[in-house]
Ligand binder design. Structure first.
Ligand SMILES: *[C@@H]1O[C@H](CO)[C@@H](O)[C@H](O)[C@H]1NC(C)=O
Ligand SMILES: *[C@@H]1O[C@H](CO)[C@@H](O)[C@H](O)[C@H]1NC(C)=O
Ligand SMILES: *[C@@H]1O[C@H](CO)[C@@H](O)[C@H](O)[C@H]1NC(C)=O
Ligand SMILES: *[C@@H]1O[C@H](CO)[C@@H](O)[C@H](O)[C@H]1NC(C)=O
Ligand SMILES: *[C@@H]1O[C@H](CO)[C@@H](O)[C@H](O)[C@H]1NC(C)=O
Ligand SMILES: *[C@@H]1O[C@H](CO)[C@@H](O)[C@H](O)[C@H]1NC(C)=O
Ligand SMILES: *[C@@H]1O[C@H](CO)[C@@H](O)[C@H](O)[C@H]1NC(C)=O
Length: 512
């Protein structure tokens, strides 16, 4: 999560047009040359937890040799430490087909109603501050600095304690009880190993937990979108890309090598999830979360996505039934920029993330205008994009109407809402964050507004293929927690039986 304003993106684009052209050229040139060398099936299974492997998933061939560098990555290997069940008969609810029957992503007739299992296999300070708080004084700001400070052994223990408790079987049974039919699971590239010597991430451990989570999803008939949330070099410089700071992906010294190095991960993931053991339960795959196209240029990011699609389809075969759908993200430049991209794409869906609290103009609108905006503008965006690009969905959004969540803007960064962020004035003279993270202080009127805002959004997003709430839970920020919303009464207890349409009753249309 964490999209800056789209205006910033546009001005940057025109300033950097010449760079885009050169980068696009280099990218295409390298794209042609490099994958032939590094996109190879590798023969050994070198992951940390390679015991009890039932499935090699194409890891036969030559491993790269010599020192591991961005252009000569180490072996990556999706092994199977958790054996897949063959039982795909479960059904999330009466509205969703059982796993072993197709979910019609192409027509969008059945809606994805999902949540993100965020802050799990990729850490984020505002979702689980307790993992970071003991180390903030020592300069920890992201997963990279956390792992680096702790060192391999302690980092592994620290992360494994979190992996094994943040998501459990109960998570899936609760979600099923709420009518949820999909989960989006962010992972980092380190889940598959292949790290350079200076990358401090814990390799391969999260993969085991991902597979265990997928088995629970299977049991409750919930479909999984596995998505690459963190690429080598960081595709957006945000903490949830693993490393806060400069973008060293397409951009930067190792940018081209890191962009290329991302492709074999996708190749391995696509191969793995095409297997009959996984294709029913994990039928959609996110190629990359929020690449910063607003900063590094739309054209190079499009070139990379084109190549990523080629790699994925080369791994799976082409045509319906041959492997997972591929989800591409709009790169924070808006859906319109993608109209006509990958015409007649083979099982491709576009993902956009909608938030009002990171954009000053949207956050400052009054509540009535925000509700109208969610129905009309976001609903219209979905309709236009479905016509102009094809299947489109919202992979992240929340009921948060302010940026008061602890650490949301960074540790000690302050909040737009109360006027403590970047010197901008507060939303209104008496706006305060004091009780915003304490749901028991919310008034009935406020909950009604949150409820309307939640409904306005999902109705808009269901003008496309559907939505995934960010996040299923948080340690302490209720506006970002689906579970807290259901408990607090601003998210319906059963999402498939939620009463009359908010947008229609308010007289708002979806202005395609
Ligand atoms: C691998 O299988 C053996 C025998 O079935 C079992 O004893 C062992 O615990 C398993 N190891 C792991 C890591 O699952
Ligand atoms: C298959 O899974 C479903 C749902 O989890 C369960 O109800 C059923 O008993 C399982 N069938 C078998 C043969 O294990
Ligand atoms: C792009 O890379 C350069 C060189 O490493 C770096 O200085 C700059 O901050 C990066 N741009 C972004 C937006 O991170
Ligand atoms: C909300 O803002 C809109 C647009 O600026 C304005 O027309 C409307 O009167 C405002 N409503 C309230 C209740 O302040
Ligand atoms: C983490 O990322 C969020 C979302 O992009 C961002 O708002 C925040 O500044 C970052 N937090 C820290 C502690 O750097
Ligand atoms: C804050 O001030 C606005 C008018 O500026 C008022 O409508 C609102 O009720 C006030 N809120 C609180 C919590 O006092
Ligand atoms: C949340 O608000 C309730 C009701 O005002 C109060 O009793 C409680 O102490 C608050 N919790 C926190 C963590 O501030």
């Amino acid at each position: 999560m964490g999209a800056p304003s789209k205006q910033d993106g546009r001005s940057c684009l025109s300033r950097h047009k010449w760079k885009i052209t050169i980068l696009a050229f280099i990218l295409v040139a390298v794209a042609i040359a490099v994958p032939l060398v590094i996109v190879k099936p590798w023969d050994k299974n070198n992951s940390n937890s390679s015991s009890n492997n039932s499935n090699n998933n194409g890891n036969n061939g030559n491993q790269p040799t010599g020192p591991v560098t961005p252009s000569n990555p180490g072996p990556i290997s999706p092994n199977v430490p958790v054996l897949p069940s063959k039982n795909d008969t479960a059904r999330a609810n009466a509205y969703t087909p059982p796993l072993n029957e197709p979910f019609d992503y192409a027509s969008g007739k059945i809606k994805m109603r999902g949540v993100n299992l965020g802050g799990w296999l990729v850490l984020e300070p505002f979702i689980s501050p307790s993992l970071f708080e003991p180390y903030i004084k020592q300069g920890v700001i992201d997963e990279w600095t956390l792992c680096k400070l702790l060192g391999p052994e302690k980092a592994k223990t620290h992360l494994e304690a979190h992996y094994s408790t943040w998501v459990t079987e109960e998570t899936f049974s609760r979600l099923q009880g709420m009518g949820i039919n999909h989960v989006r699971i962010p992972i980092g590239f380190w889940a598959l190993g292949g790290l350079t010597a200076d990358e401090p991430y814990v390799p391969s451990l999260s993969w085991t937990y991902l597979l265990r989570g997928i088995e629970w999803a299977r049991k409750y008939g919930i479909r999984v979108m596995v998505e690459l949330h963190a690429a080598p070099g960081s595709q957006n410089g945000w903490n949830h890309s693993g490393r806060l700071g400069a973008i060293n992906w397409i951009n930067g010294t190792d940018g081209i090598a890191n962009a290329q190095r991302t492709l074999p991960y996708l190749q391995q993931l696509a191969t793995f999830f095409s297997s009959p053991d996984y294709i029913h339960v994990a039928p959609i795959m996110g190629l990359l979360n929020e690449p910063a196209a607003h900063l590094i240029g739309v054209d190079p990011v499009k070139s990379w996505y084109t190549e990523a699609m080629n790699v994925v389809r080369a791994a799976t075969g082409t045509g319906e039934g041959k492997g997972p759908w591929a989800i591409i993200h709009d790169g924070m430049v808006g859906l319109n920029a993608w109209a006509g991209f990958l015409p007649k794409g083979d099982r491709v869906m576009l993902d956009t993330h909608q938030y009002i609290m990171f954009n000053d103009d949207l956050m400052r609108m009054n509540q009535t205008t925000q509700l109208k905006f969610a129905c009309e503008t976001w609903g219209g965006d979905m309709i236009r994009s479905t016509k102009g690009f094809g299947p489109t969905m919202v992979g992240e959004f929340s009921a948060a109407v302010n940026d008061c969540a602890t650490y949301l803007n960074g540790i000690g960064a302050g909040y737009r809402w109360d006027g403590t962020y970047n010197g901008a004035p507060p939303k209104s003279p008496n706006s305060t964050c004091t009780n915003e993270n304490n749901a028991s202080t919310y008034t009935p009127e406020y909950k009604k507004f949150l409820s309307n805002y939640f409904l306005a959004q999902i109705e808009a997003f269901e003008q496309g293929g559907g939505w995934f709430y960010w996040n299923f839970k948080t340690e302490s920020n209720p506006l970002w927690s689906y579970f807290a919303g259901v408990e607090g009464g601003w998210i319906p207890k059963d999402i498939n039986n939620r009463g009359p349409s908010y947008c229609a009753s308010a007289g708002y249309t979806f202005n395609g």
